[in-house]
Design a protein. Structure first.
Length: 755
């Protein structure tokens, strides 16, 4: 039988299909479209890379998870070997205790050197081992009177109280509390004391061995990874700004606005990492802070460029095609500068050429609207600021600011107050257990103690995350057993993976961590104790009960509510912002003769506000929990965020002026100084609860600015550069007045209620 000839468009008669072009010629292998499985695999791979880059940019969490998992397995296997060699039943407490202590010690140590890390591990495991031995020795005294739960009340207080001693105290407190809790399910007695001591020694050996192999801390890599994330967001923001020049629908401009929020979040994460995530004695801390302050310039310049483009959007019709291409070219230069930590000289020179061209367009084109010329000058300033930040170090000044007190409800230290709350929650659960006679109330006590934080809003968030995460993890664990026919070859690897996931997420994704530990506990009980279903289900409702008790105690026993501190915080921040603004205007008057006497407070204000905003991150949840309108405090914080940003930008501009103000600007600068002082006073009066004076108007400022700026006198490059800075200063001063007016208007009309 003759076979049909091959059709190049359809493939051979054997059913294979060949990709061809329009002429019927077969495509090369690299030109062929990917098959559906290959496309799906590539798409999933890219999505996974994006998620990992966003969640764990430096791979630190993955490394920590693997280290904790290795310590857990190593200590558990070592304990099992020792217990098997002894041949005594009481020695079976060694594997679980050693595995738990080694895992938590590796996870919570914060030493920046091998010696410091081993010292932390030693202190933590000694605290946990000592607590477990005390629980074992106290059992004969407390069991006859049914008061074993009272030991957990004391352990909860001590475990939370010693957090005042920093990261080492925090880790020691966790292990101290867990060591006492372990005494209930394992029924520690005096006969277990020597085996508990041996378990502690095994845990120390496992944890220290792994930490010594890890070497020094990888904080440098983590900071560089966060910096990479920040730069990527800045590049995307500049790309959206370029697209907005040619977008008639405004979609790109809306995306750029969202990118500004993402940039602000990335910057806060970066600052929080260096300020709070790196120990003061870290050998590279000064260099890391220098890196962060260099990125500060990028943050300010990118924000300025995005704001300028928002103003340009309304007047783009006045720009012809060459002028619009000039603006687009400038944004492209900024995008390239933002993408590289150390830009090549050619890129910097190209940016300077664009600066000269765009500055000439703004200054030497009198027929353009004044607002458009101001926005163009602001874009020029953003590029100039970025180039200066690359070529010379940033002068941060030496000024510092006191941290707002926030109107504490109690004079107790936060750690003491949280310790009292934790012990009160444990005592309440013990009293309820004495009536209901539940056999696993220690799970509720663990939950109530561990969800306690310094504010009601944070406690509410952690309690909800722990309850929901534990329920999901337990349900997955319960379903996994029947699906795998309780095969240990499947359940044990899943248990180990759950331990690693817990270690990776406990500091950043508390809900995921709680789900992982719930899954690990259920699988461990099913594998090692063949626990009945009722015991496994009790993990869910005991955790929910403990979360509820934790919230109730946090709301009633020495409560510190974020909502009650908003007004005090706003008053303190407004005072600091007013002082920074006053210093900036004073700097304008002494720019030529006494620039070395100017002490900046803008970076200090930015750092202070970043820390306080992080502390109030769960304010909206607290308002929602108390069934109050979420418009009040949260929106006030958002308004203060914008105000602080403008004040810091004003301060940043004032430091760059190297010549006295021209006569045409002296009067308007004094007017702005006087109006901003009155505006801050009006806002402070509202925050104090009084009516206060009216905020000065700003409607007449734009014509005054357009008339006062000396465009015709800017004939030299230095004069043109100063004109750019002067225009930027006037813009930010007017913006500060506008934002204060909006805040005062909203407070007067009830849209913003600080508390």
């Amino acid at each position: 039988m003759k076979s049909a000839p091959d059709d190049p468009a359809r493939g051979s008669v054997r059913g294979t299909t060949r990709a061809t072009d329009k002429t019927g010629a077969p495509l090369a292998l690299h030109d062929r479209p990917p098959s559906l499985p290959v496309y799906l695999f590539g798409h999933l791979r890219r999505r996974l890379q994006d998620v990992l880059q966003a969640e764990d940019p430096g791979g630190e969490r993955m490394t920590l998870g693997l280290r904790v998992l290795t310590a857990f397995v190593l200590a558990g296997l070592g304990g099992s070997f020792v217990a098997a060699r002894t041949g005594q039943g009481n020695a079976m407490v060694i594997p679980p205790v050693a595995a738990l202590f080694a895992a938590f010690a590796c996870m919570l140590e914060a030493g920046q050197s091998r010696f410091g890390a081993c010292r932390d591990i030693l202190i933590m495991i000694l605290a946990g081992t000592g607590s477990a031995i005390v629980a074992a020795l106290m059992r004969p005294l407390l069991q006859p009177i049914g008061a074993q739960g009272l030991l957990l009340v004391v352990a909860a207080f001590m475990g939370l109280w010693i957090r005042r001693f920093g990261p080492t105290g925090h880790g020691a407190g966790v292990l101290l509390f867990l060591g006492a809790v372990y005494g209930l399910p394992f029924a520690f007695g005096p006969d277990h004391a020597r085996w508990l001591l041996l378990a502690g020694i095994i845990a120390m050996a496992a944890a220290m061995t792994l930490r010594l192999q890890a070497g020094t801390s990888q904080a440098d890599l983590l900071v560089l990874a966060r910096a990479s994330v920040f730069r990527r967001v800045a590049v995307r923001l500049m790309r959206d700004c370029r697209a907005a020049l040619h977008d008639v629908n405004g979609d790109a401009l809306a995306r750029a606005a969202r990118r500004r929020d993402a940039l602000r979040t990335a910057w806060s994460d970066l600052r929080e990492l260096v300020e709070n995530g790196i120990a003061p004695d870290h050998p590279n801390r000064p260099r890391l802070q220098t890196t962060i302050y260099r990125l500060y310039v990028l943050n300010q310049a990118t924000t300025t460029a995005a704001e300028a483009l928002s103003g340009l959007a309304a007047d783009l019709g006045h720009l012809d095609t060459p002028a619009r291409a000039n603006v687009s070219r400038m944004l492209l230069r900024l995008q390239r500068l933002a993408s590289e930590a150390d830009p090549p000289p050619a890129s910097i020179e190209a940016t300077e050429e664009s600066i000269t061209s765009l500055r000439a367009l703004a200054i030497k084109t009198p027929h353009l609207p004044a607002t458009l010329r101001l926005d163009l000058l602001r874009l020029v300033f953003a590029a100039t600021r970025m180039v200066r930040g690359i070529r010379s170090p940033l002068d941060l000044g030496g000024a510092t600011m006191s941290k707002p007190q926030g109107g504490q409800a109690s004079r107790l230290l936060p750690t003491t107050r949280v310790a009292i709350q934790g012990s009160a929650a444990a005592l309440l659960i013990v009293l309820v257990d004495s009536i209901l006679h539940q056999s696993h109330s220690y799970w509720a006590i663990v939950t109530a103690a561990l969800v306690m934080t310094t504010t009601l809003g944070d406690t509410w968030r952690r309690a909800v995350q722990r309850g929901v995460g534990t329920a999901i993890g337990v349900m997955i664990g319960l379903a996994l057993g029947p699906l795998t026919d309780y095969a240990q070859i499947v359940m044990l690897p899943v248990l180990m993976i759950a331990v690693g996931v817990f270690a990776m997420n406990v500091k950043s994704r508390y809900d995921v961590a709680c789900g992982a530990v719930g899954l690990a506990v259920v699988l461990g009980l099913e594998v090692f104790q063949q626990a009945p279903l009722a015991v496994l289900f009790s993990r869910i409702w005991e955790t929910g009960f403990g979360s509820l008790v934790g919230i109730l105690v946090a709301a009633t026993v020495l409560p510190v509510r974020l909502a009650d501190q908003v007004r005090s915080l706003a008053t303190d921040v407004i005072g600091h912002a007013a002082e920074t603004t006053r210093r900036a205007f004073q700097r304008l008057e002494i720019a030529e003769t006494a620039s070395d006497r100017y002490e900046r407070t803008g970076p200090a204000l930015l750092a202070l506000w970043g820390a306080e905003r992080l502390r109030f991150r769960n304010l909206a949840d607290e308002f929602r929990m108390r069934r109050r309108e979420t418009k009040g405090g949260p929106l006030l914080l958002a308004a203060l965020d914008s105000l602080v940003e403008q004040v810091v930008l004003l301060d940043d501009n004032a430091t760059m002026l190297d010549a006295a103000l021209p006569e045409s600007l002296v009067g308007i600068v004094r007017t702005l100084d006087e109006r901003t002082e009155r505006a801050f006073a009006a806002l402070a009066a509202r925050l104090a609860g009084g009516p206060g004076p009216a905020v000065p108007a700003i409607d007449d400022l734009l014509p005054m600015l357009a008339e006062a700026l000396p465009f015709a006198e800017a004939s030299t490059p230095q004069a043109q550069g100063n004109l750019v800075i002067q225009a930027q200063i006037l813009y930010h001063a007017r913006k500060i007045l506008q934002l204060i007016g909006e805040i005062v208007h909203d407070i007067d009309h009830g849209a913003l209620t600080p508390a």
